[in-house]
Design a binder for this molecule. Sequence first.
Ligand code: HMG
Length: 445
Amino acid sequence: MNDVGIDGVEIWTGKLKLDLAETFAPAQGEEPGKYTKGLGLNASSLPDVYEDIVTMGANASKRLMERKGLTPEDIGRIDVATESSFDQSKPVSTYVAGCLEQTFDGDFHHANKGERKFACVSGTQSLDDAYNWIRAGRNQGRKALVIATDTALYARDDPGEATQGAGAVAMLIDEDPDLVTLGDEQGFGSADETDFLKPNQQFPSVDGKRSMQVYLARMREAMIDFARNGGDTHPDNFELAPFHTPFPGMVRKAAVLGYRHCIRDTEIEDELADEIGRQPRREAFDDDDAFFDAIKEYTDKLGETTSYEEWYARTVEPTFAISREVGNWYTGSVHLARAAGLVGALEDGREMAGKNMLVSSYGSGAQAEIHAETIQEGWAEEIEQLNIFEQIEKRNEITFEEYESIHDVHNHDETTEMEPLTSPDGEFVFDGWGRMGERKYTYVE
Ligand code: HMG
């Protein structure tokens, strides 16, 4: 069996930009630094009136299929991962297929379609499903289209409002992929948690501070499980570490804990021993509190070492370049981090073929998943074709009043009418409602 993984990727951002420092902070009566430095976010991407999870997913998929020279006949499976779905029965993938059939010859009637749900981790779970389907040989030579698409909106004045975002990542999964192969080893950390959920409501109920603790706890479990299952966690053995990035500040906290775990019992821990001591081990302490104090002290010191700073600057920091400008895209977020890391590597002329990435996904509710990916020979050519930074540049920057209206337009409980703030150009648009309450879409030349 050939290796299986991601053959190509395309990213589509919502076309509006809410600047957090200039526009959001003053309206909220907050210091800009809370967003730009504390959370690590400059702006949010938001959907214009005619954009939603279907248009963004279909637009990213269309670009991907065209670039890869594919027809519907080549695709055997379409999975959409989202936590912004608007239908309890009909999956978003059917709408996306319907859109694509408007512009490609042929149809997707032969393709197995579905919708995956587990908060943000479902994008990675859909990759898994596609991988398993191909590895099992049930694909009959066909490829899988995985689309992670979300309009990640919070209720107005929820602390999460600063982390909003909207966009889609479309990925093509195939044998002998051009971009990355997925490793067999996986680690999971999964528990019944109520930190962030949407019990049949559009905007999430969030316990923000607790959600951060749950993120760290599940990531830790996943890391232990990954190593137990034979995964290689030595920091020198992976070039990039893309994380699920609700905001870069979250990953900053996770990365130092991850590094601490990865250097334990390695020569890196030995080399750092003179400078900061060895990592405290639980068996050396009488009680948990004393152990936690010691491990916190060690972690704080570790975060200031050159060894950590260099690792972080090379492996983690580049993965924020997109998220920082667009916010949290939920299911797409870790896939943005992978793409951003590779764009940065290309710009820096880093030789990545044959090198590994350690990819850490997460979804509230809660589950973390960690696996390794190996970068393929065709990676640079693939990544060169991404135009996400041009799209980010071209977004229409909105005023706070426009933001208030656009939030209402996308609020299912409001019936606000508003003229679009941008003009569609060569893309799918939401075009009103059908007789059974379905959403309708057309392609605008
Ligand atoms: P908050 O409580 O309003 O913010 O919202 P804060 O007061 O904690 O400030 C944020 C940071 O900015 C802090 O940094 C402040 O110190 C700093 P920290 O101490 O944590 O390192 N700060 C400043 N820095 C520089 N200059 C200043 C300044 N002022 C403050 N002037 C919160 C933060 C995360 C709670 C909120 O954004 C929220 O509720 N977000 C939504 C939940 C979330 O994103 N959780 C993350 C983990 S769960 C997850 O990732 C899953 C998720 O993607 C959903 C899914 O899976 O489906 C969310």
